[in-house]
Ligand binder design. Structure first.
Ligand code: R5P
Length: 294
């Protein structure tokens, strides 16, 4: 097996290869003056099982195109099998037609992954796992809940309450609470499909006097996380921490969350950021080792 660390995930790809003790294939990439992407593989892939590691956080469209170019080039150069590790799979939040006439973007991405020569996909905490069922290639979703919870436990937060800002992350906080041992809960919220504004309705658990960690899959503008933290603080939580798998951190997301009362924000290297402290490499390397052991 050879790992190809894509331009958006060079460090993560190198870490995975290092854990597995396998070779990497370097990638030369650049942007032409008109904005088009250029990709060149610097090593042999003929006859190899290759694993491309390329997350698709901002700039999503460039990162996706690079992924497609990498996969197609690898196949064209004779790779036997192409797996793609895409920890953050862009467009996964548009997983249905919320309003008439909308593109179901993640379905389109699923088709493009296959068309570009990817034989198999591994992603992490995709927004809705069931969208993967519509993909025409095998697709596996891993969870970083345990890794993130372990991080907080090692920082002395065993016994903290694991909270989700909405119903979509209940499984995640259940898993985190198995590590932290302090129980779990969530907020009920609604999003206006036209304005994108969210309205938080009610909490399902008593947080007063507790240390709490709010876990979400994505922090984009930070609005969801900041609102959740404000509510938990108002309800008497003693200390509140924010954690996410995919730190997109658009604009002043980080400041917004800190101003809402969070002690700290923790993210993974799914998307490199200045809150990235937990690496997905052990989780992804383990999944690959299991897949290739036979
Ligand atoms: C939505 O359901 C997701 O799980 C996240 O809560 C959301 O994408 C975060 O976005 P933002 O940071 O812009 O509120």
């Amino acid at each position: 097996m050879k790992v190809i660390p894509g331009p958006s995930s060079i460090q993560l790809g190198n870490k995975i290869a290092e854990i597995l003790g396998v070779e990497t294939v370097a990638v030369v990439h650049k942007k032409f003056p008109d904005g088009e992407s250029y990709i060149r593989l610097e090593g042999e892939v003929k006859g190899e099982e290759v694993v491309i590691v390329q997350s698709t956080g901002p700039p999503q469209d460039t990162n996706l195109i690079q992924l497609f170019l990498l996969a197609d080039a690898a196949k064209d150069l004779g790779a036997k099998h192409v797996s793609a590790i895409v920890p953050y799979l862009a467009y996964s939040r548009q997983d249905k037609r919320f309003l008439p006439g909308e593109a179901v973007s993640i379905q389109t991405i699923g088709k493009l992954l296959k068309a570009s020569g990817i034989d198999e996909l591994i992603t992490v905490d995709i927004h809705q796992e069931k969208v993967l069922e519509s993909f025409e290639i095998p697709a596996k979703n891993l969870s970083a809940a345990e890794l993130l919870a372990d991080h907080f436990k090692s920082r002395g937060l065993a016994g903290a309450l694991a909270l989700a800002p909405d119903e979509g992350r209940i499984e995640f906080v259940k898993e985190a609470s198995r590590v932290l041992g302090g129980g779990y809960g969530w907020l009920r919220k609604e999003r206006d499909r036209y304005t994108g504004k969210i309205r938080i309705k009610e909490a399902t658990v008593d947080v007063s006097g507790r240390e709490v960690i709010v876990f979400d899959d994505i922090i984009s503008t930070g609005g969801t996380m900041a609102d959740a933290i404000k509510i938990f603080k108002e309800q008497g939580a003693r200390r509140v921490f924010a954690a996410c798998v995919h730190p997109l951190l658009i604009g002043n997301a980080k400041e917004k969350i800190l101003q809402s009362g969070a002690e700290e924000i923790v993210g993974t290297d799914s998307v490199p950021s200045d809150i990235t402290v937990v690496s997905l490499a052990p989780l992804l390397a383990k999944a690959l080792a299991e897949k290739f052991k036979g």
